[in-house]
Ligand binder design. Structure first.
Ligand code: URA
Length: 222
């Protein structure tokens, strides 16, 4: 059951409303899991941020702590942002999907990340849309393919689109194009997901590419 998304409210009020979201099955205990339901992990950072980073979904540690990007991927991301010269106080960090999707091979075993399906991204999109219209950023950054597809549409490919500047929202795509409250055109940049950098065969190169993409974001904010 989807909740009506509150309009004309603050990010804090939106976050509180999202705690009760039952827009997809991820709010329930997941099949085969004895660990119970996950919590809504909404966002962190400055609601007056000039740049908004959008990830995929919270991971195991994020679900336990209730904050996005606080696990290993978040640590790598923080390091890359610092190296690129982006002030974290200028940033707001959120996810395309607000619940952790995982599989657990045995009860009590490790909760292993499972990529969200389109149905989860679509169910969560009204929250992302509401966040972005409250925030009014100058730059939106997709961290990886799921965020890119959520923000741009199904044709988005991170390997092709990363490290370039686009205007956002794309006209008529992904439901963001018709957002009436957009006050200005926003720059859009994509980079790899920090977890993909951690998993890359050549981690050093993947990390350097991410820093270079984030340096582009820093230049847009200069
Ligand atoms: N990966 C994400 O996309 N988001 C998080 O919050 C953590 C890991």
């Amino acid at each position: 059951m989807s909740l009506p998304i509150p309009r004309g409210v603050s990010i804090d009020a939106l976050r509180t409303a999202a705690l009760a979201c039952q827009g997809c099955e991820l709010h329930q205990a997941q099949p085969g899991s004895l660990s119970g339901p996950t919590q809504t992990v909404f966002s962190k950072g400055n609601p007056t941020a000039r740049v908004v980073f959008v990830g995929e979904q919270p991971g195991d540690i994020e679900d336990r702590e209730g904050l996005p990007f606080v696990g290993p991927a978040g640590q790598l991301f923080d390091r890359a942002m610092a190296e690129a010269g982006i002030d974290p106080r200028q940033a707001y960090v959120t996810n395309s999907v607000k619940h952790f999707r995982f599989m657990q091979e045995r009860p009590g075993g490790r909760r292993i990340h499972k990529t969200p399906d389109t149905v989860h991204v679509e169910a969560c999109k009204p929250w992302l849309r509401a966040e972005l219209s409250i925030l009014d950023p100058e730059v939106v950054v997709a961290l990886g393919a799921t965020a890119g597809r959520a923000l741009i549409g199904p044709r988005f490919r991170v390997t092709r689109e990363r490290g370039r500047v686009f205007m956002w929202p794309p006209s008529g795509d992904a439901g963001f194009g018709s957002e009436p409250s957009r006050r200005r055109a926003v720059s859009f940049v994509a980079t790899s997901h920090p977890s993909a950098v951690l998993r890359a065969d050549n981690q050093e190169t993947a990390y350097k590419e991410m820093v270079s993409d984030l340096q582009l974001v820093a230049r847009l904010l200069a």
